[in-house]
Design a protein around this ligand. Sequence first.
Ligand code: MRU
Length: 340
Amino acid sequence: MKHIKWTGECLKIIDQRKLPGKVKYIFLKNLEEFHKAIVEMKVRGAPLIGIVGAFAIAVLAQEIKTDDRKEFLKKIEEGAKYILESRPTAYNLQYCVKFVCEKISECNHIEDMRKVAIETAQELMEREIENSRRIGEYGETLLNDGDTILTHCNAGELATIAYGTALAPIRIAQKKGKCLYVIATETRPAQQGARLTAWELLNEKIPVTVISDTAVGYVMSKGMVDKVIVGADRITKEGYVFNKIGTYQIALLAKEHNLPFYVAAPTSTFDINIEHNRVVIEERDANEIVFVGRKRIVAKGVKVYNPVFDKTPPNLINAIITEKGIIHPPFEKSISKLFS
Ligand code: MRU
C-alpha cells in the first residue's frame, strides 16, 4: 500500500493518526493543509516530513500569483519559514525545504521555478527510496539469522517513503532469507511503535511483539534482545543522536546489557553545522500525556511536561548505518569523513 503519492496537483497521504484502525487518505492542496498535516502528525517521521515539506514548497510555487521574480522568491522564503516552524527537531524537514528553495532560486524565469520545484520534490522522493534501500543493504550485514531486534517508535516505511530506516535492514535481511524477530516498544505518548511499527511488520509477515516502554530493561535482562536499531531525527557532527523520546534510556540499557545499539539514518538527517546543545527539542501538547484515547488519566490541575525527542550521546552508539555505508566511533572523525 502506497502511503504517499504525488497526484500531479496535490499530495495524497495516509492519515497516520488513524492507523491501524482505519486507512484514510487525505489530500494536501495548499501550504496551510501541509502545515497542519505535519503539526498534527498525520504525517510523521523525519524522512517523510522532509519530503512532505518539499512538496509543500512545490505546491506553493504553483499558487504564487506574480510575474515579479523578486516577489516570487520572497513568498517562497516566507512559505519555507512557515513550514519549518511546524516541527523543529527533524533535520530532514530543513534539508528538503532548503534544497527545493535553492533549486528555485537558481532559475531566472517564474515558469521554470514552478517546474523545477515539482521536479526537485519528486527527485528528493526518489532519492529517499534509494537511500532507505541502501541503508537496508548495509544494515542487514549486521544482522544474523535468528536475531531479535528491539526498535523504538516507527522508523519504517511509514516514516519514510519505502523500506524505512531502522526497519530497512530487517526487511532486506528477511528478503535474503534470514529469519528475524522484532520487539517494538509501544512509544508513549503517540504510540508509533504499537500502532505503526507493529502494523507494518504484521503486513510484511515479520514476527513482532509489542512491549510497553517500561519493559525494555526487563526483556533485555531476560536475554530476549540481541541488538537494538533505532532511527534518528537529527544527528550532529559530534555523533549525538536526536530521536523519539525514550531512545536515550534504551541506549543506556543496551550498554548495561552489552547489546549493540545501532542507529539507521540517511545523510539528510545529519546536521553538521550545529552543536548538540543548540538543537531544539520539540515539546508537544500536554493533552498527549493527559489523555489515553479519550480517557483522562491525569487529574485536572497537575503539571505535565511533554518533550517528544531526546539526545543519545555518541558513547552509547556502536554504529550508524547510512546510505553511504556504516560508520563507527569515534563519530566526530567518521562523520567528518562521510561529509568530506
Ligand atoms: O514524532 P515522530 O513520530 O515524527 O517521530 C519519529 C521518530 O522519532 C523516528 O524514530 C525518526 O523520525 C526516525 S524515522 C525514520
